[in-house]
Design a protein around this ligand. Structure first.
Ligand SMILES: Cc1ncc(COP(=O)(O)O)c(C=O)c1O
Length: 376
């Protein structure tokens, strides 16, 4: 059955754009300054204040932000960077695009985030590692406090890939401020959007300056080139949308958390399905509500047939994908990432869901789970 024929289809994501958002974007169109400029500066300042860091540089995407940050950190051929085996490929791709080599670490089976002991093992075995990229997957912070301490001890840096975790916090501190720098994405499915867009944040003024130069064709002022740069700029149109989205972020994250609590209450005792967890001290912002399911693909089909969209983020660990196999990685070394890619299923949790839609998601899972015999 195709999604389009169902009237009451429950999508996995639906960006929320208000009248106020539209008005701000129209203001930019009316003034005619469509590229970078004053809206981008305001968005950068507001975002830095939100994350409680000194500097923020807006970029054309999260991917561009990751790439330019690694370039500013001087990552290049011969270097290695530790990344989780279970993440969106962009995290590792940024390392490969610098001519460096990702060293994949396995994940914690409970949080789906990178396992600090696997990171430590990678640091011991790979003396050429320059840094660690921790991903706050699905909106749950990685153990960034533990990883920051580990990075210090081994003399390497920590970068946070916070593409999925705007507003998530660890022991009361928002993610984005635990490492040397962090990168956010504003892709339309994210907790806040600018269409396409990203943000690099850091406390380090020299690093922020290098990132800004690289984003703006290497120019410190028009036609004064300091480095060979790129055009990875955000537009005023995108930033105007971002300003409104940032104002609503906490409210929309709270709605995601309410939806997640409703789902967890309905699913927690079911056989064959494990709801996500929020460890003590962690604030999860549920970019995704991801369960482990014993018969994942059947559950997914069951839900799609009832008009509930589900997704598998991610069907393979990054080092198992075709381009990484060509780079010489072989399956078998990341058992928890492999198991997660066989078992995870993300269900709709976004803030535009109506109560009745959340109930339908939960009921769809319950119906299916009651047919399952046992969870090993
Ligand atoms: C973990 C992670 N890293 C990086 C990115 C890249 O962000 P973007 O899509 O804005 O380039 C994404 C987003 O899609 C992501 O989920």
């Amino acid at each position: 059955m195709s999604a389009e024929v169902l009237v009451d289809w429950v999508p996995i994501a639906r960006p929320v754009v208000t009248e106020e958002d539209r008005r701000r974007v129209l203001d930019v169109l009316a003034c005619g300054k469509l590229s970078s400029g004053e809206w981008v500066e305001r968005f950068e300042a507001a975002f830095a204040a939100y994350v409680q860091v000194a500097h923020a540089v807006a970029t054309s995407s999260g991917t561009a932000g990751l790439e330019v940050l690694l370039e500013a950190l001087g990552v290049g051929p011969g270097d290695e960077v530790v990344v989780p085996a279970f993440t969106f490929a962009a995290t590792a791709n940024a390392v490969v695009h610098r001519g460096a080599r990702p060293v994949f670490a396995d994940i914690d089976p409970v949080t789906f985030n990178v396992d600090p002991s696997s990171v430590e093992d990678a640091l011991r075995r790979h003396p050429r590692v320059r840094g660690i990229i921790a991903v706050h997957l699905y909106g749950l912070p990685a153990a960034a406090d533990v990883l920051a301490e580990l990075a210090d001890r081994h003399g390497v840096w920590l970068v946070e890939d916070a593409a999925q975790a705007h507003g998530a916090a660890l022991w009361g501190r928002r993610v984005g401020g635990f490492g040397l720098a962090a990168v956010f994405s504003f892709y339309p499915t994210k907790n806040m959007t600018t269409g396409e867009g990203g943000m690099v944040v850091t406390q380090d003024p020299r690093l922020a300056r290098r990132v800004r130069l690289l984003v703006h064709q290497g120019q410190s002022e028009p036609y004064r080139y300091e480095v060979v740069g790129h055009n990875y700029r955000m537009t005023n149109l995108a930033a105007a949308l971002g300003l409104g989205q940032l104002e609503k972020l906490d409210e929309r994250n709270a709605a995601r958390r309410r939806n997640a609590q409703t789902l967890t209450r309905a699913l927690r005792d079911l056989p064959g399905v494990l709801p996500p967890t929020e460890p003590e001290g962690y604030l999860h912002v549920y970019h995704q509500y991801t369960v482990r399911a014993q018969r994942r693909d059947e559950l997914s089909r069951h839900l799609w047939a009832r008009g509930v969209e589900t997704r598998v983020y991610y069907p393979e660990p990054v080092p198992h994908t075709e381009p990484y196999r060509r780079l010489g990685y072989t399956p078998g070394a990341w058992p928890q990432a492999e198991r997660a890619s066989r078992e995870v299923l993300s269900l709709p949790v976004h803030p535009a869901l109506r109560e009745e839609e959340v109930r339908r998601v939960a009921e769809g899972v319950r119906e299916f789970a009651q047919q399952v015999v046992a969870w090993p």
